[in-house]
Design a protein around this ligand. Structure first.
Ligand SMILES: [Zn+2]
Length: 154
């Protein structure tokens, strides 16, 4: 009867393990010591792969965040409010009263994702708009009085 055999085998196996507990433990330990480097490599590789996944996840999150913020300040669409440019890499948030750089310095970062996060966390404060690089450049060119911007923020 196979069932009985199986049961017996299981029982014998258990007995064997019970009798040779120390030996088995030593074997396991030896196996670990022999393969220590391999195991280390494996985990290092695993964690590197995982980092890649993590970065990919963050990149997607930042992209989504950027679309949400640019959409809010582009009157409902991630587009330049002046020329309607819609290519994402061309778009960024412009500080309407021209104090963008100063404000970003206050936020301790050089623009980019932390700024987008800050805008979202602060429920999209007024005073910003979505502009493309060209329109930002033209705006800067046209208003050299920008230097005299007020210190008001938010
Ligand atoms: Zn534009």
């Amino acid at each position: 009867m196979p069932y009985k055999d199986k049961e017996t085998a299981k029982k014998k196996n258990k007995e064997y393990r019970e009798r040779n507990k120390e030996q088995i433990r030593a074997n396991q330990r030896n196996w670990y010591l022999r393969n220590k480097e391999k195991i280390k490599d494996y985990f290092q590789k695993w964690s590197a792969d995982h980092k890649e996944q993590q970065r990919e996840y963050e990149r997607k999150y930042e992209e989504k965040l950027k679309i949400v913020v640019l959409g809010h300040y582009g009157f409902g669409e991630p587009k330049c409010v002046i020329c309607k440019e819609a290519r994402l890499p061309c778009l960024s948030i412009d500080h309407i009263n021209g104090c963008g750089r100063k404000h970003r310095e206050q936020l301790h970062n050089a623009g980019g994702k932390a700024f987008y996060r800050w805008l979202k966390q602060n429920s999209f404060p007024a005073g910003y708009q979505t502009l493309c690089m060209n329109c930002q450049f033209v705006k800067k060119f046209n208003s050299k009085k920008e230097a005299g911007c007020s210190t008001q923020s938010k």
